[in-house]
Write a new protein. Structure first.
Length: 392
């Protein structure tokens, strides 16, 4: 049984995970992590490529037998967050921690690479082990740089996996249809005419204009978007005027926020209407404006045929009763979406929650920590998926 075969690898994989957890690095700064990964892959006898996509590392295992080129992806970067866990392997880098499980993803894929290299005769084709930087940014993130580098141009498919804390250890989860939203950032500057607060008629109040824009944007979501479609417009900051300027109408207001959508056409519609709304309201109020957007990540939708094969592979590992369908997509974005847009690609998940151990906090929490026993299931799932997908 595959689970029994990977269990001997678990202590070493956990040790790698704790080492990476203790030394977290931000996006495109994963120098120590990349060296650790490259050194391990070299010791497994793999061809190793670096120098593309900044700190990315690619391990290549050619079995010498005809078969497909299968790519597996793990992300390596940490978050700009202070860890609050009291564990021996707590982050040593102040203000940075692995609060999303990328340390576990990296260790997991190293374990998979070691297993496959030691069981090479059971596989065919080529397996590419991709260790990607900057899934959390800076944008457009590491996945786009990997795609642009061309190192996966010959891949027949690429699959990725992420831990989720909504499900218990031992559960493997697939998602048919949209999995993650696209992500855009916007900055709006409303430019009015400053004046005395007692004589507002002598100026053009940008705060009033900004308030109208906030309300009108929500009308796009609630009254113009098909109720069966999904999008979110959220303001993260609105700044105008001096802190103690109680009697001064400011010259301008700057508004920043994010737009999320599950379908490209919905994203395009929402952004187009936002620009029209800003122009209309500013014209109505005799104000001027600037409207800038930054496109971060597209929608993530896995290929249905690949998801079906991955589901079968997961059932082979943990049984049908322990393979779940993720009921709903999430509005957070994941830069694996760049692979789904450019290759045959699919994304799935493994549970990491263990209430008895107190491991219940979701990703991006300073208390996040996953159950390390979950790594045997994630390793076995990747290996099983490769076996399922590698045959021509």
């Amino acid at each position: 049984m595959l689970l029994d075969e990977v269990k001997p690898y678990l202590p070493e994989v956990i040790a790698w995970r704790r080492d990476i957890h203790q030394h977290p690095e931000l996006g495109f700064q994963e120098y120590r992590t990349s060296k650790l990964v490259a050194d391990k892959l070299t010791s497994f006898g793999l061809e190793v490529k670096t120098g593309f996509a900044d700190t990315a590392v690619l391990g290549i295992l050619d079995t010498g037998r005809p078969g497909k080129v299968i790519a597996l992806r793990a992300d390596m970067d940490a978050l700009p967050l202070q860890e609050l866990n009291d564990v021996p392997y707590r982050s040593e880098n102040d203000g940075i921690c692995h609060a999303c499980g990328h340390d576990a993803h990296t260790a997991n894929l190293l374990g998979v690479a070691k297993y496959i290299s030691e069981h090479k005769d059971e596989f065919c084709g080529v397996v590419k082990f991709l260790f990607q930087p900057a899934e959390e940014g800076p944008w457009p993130g590491g996945a786009k740089k990997v795609v642009d580098s061309g190192v996966l141009a010959d891949a027949d498919c690429i699959i990725g996996m992420h831990n989720i804390m909504e499900e218990e250890t031992g559960k493997l989860i697939v998602r048919y249809g949209p999995g993650n939203a696209s992500g855009d950032e916007f900055t709006i500057k409303v430019i009015g005419v400053g004046c005395h607060g007692a004589r507002p008629h002598t100026g053009r109040d940008p705060i009033i204009v900004a308030s109208q824009i906030v309300t009108a944007f929500q009308n796009i979501i609630s009254r113009e978007l098909n109720p069966l479609k999904s999008a979110v417009i959220s303001f993260g900051s609105i700044h105008g005027g001096a802190e103690n300027g109680t009697n001064i109408i400011p010259q301008e207001v700057v508004m920043k926020g994010t737009v999320r959508a599950l379908e490209p056409e919905v994203r395009e519609m929402v952004l187009a209407r936002m620009k029209e709304v800003v122009e209309g309201i500013c014209t109505l109020n005799h104000a001027t404006y600037t409207f800038d957007t930054i496109f971060n990540v597209p929608c993530l939708t896995s290929e249905i045929g690949l998801v079906s094969q991955i589901e079968e592979a997961c059932i082979d590992v943990v049984g049908k009763e322990n393979v779940l369908h993720r009921a709903e997509p999430v509005m957070g974005f994941e830069d694996f979406a760049y692979y789904t847009q450019n290759y045959h690609a699919a994304f799935f998940y493994f549970g990491g929650k263990n209430e008895k151990k107190g491991l219940i906090h979701n990703g991006h929490s300073p208390h996040y920590n996953l159950d390390e026993d979950a790594l045997q299931y994630s390793m076995a799932a990747f290996i099983s998926a490769v076996k399922k997908l590698m045959v021509p």
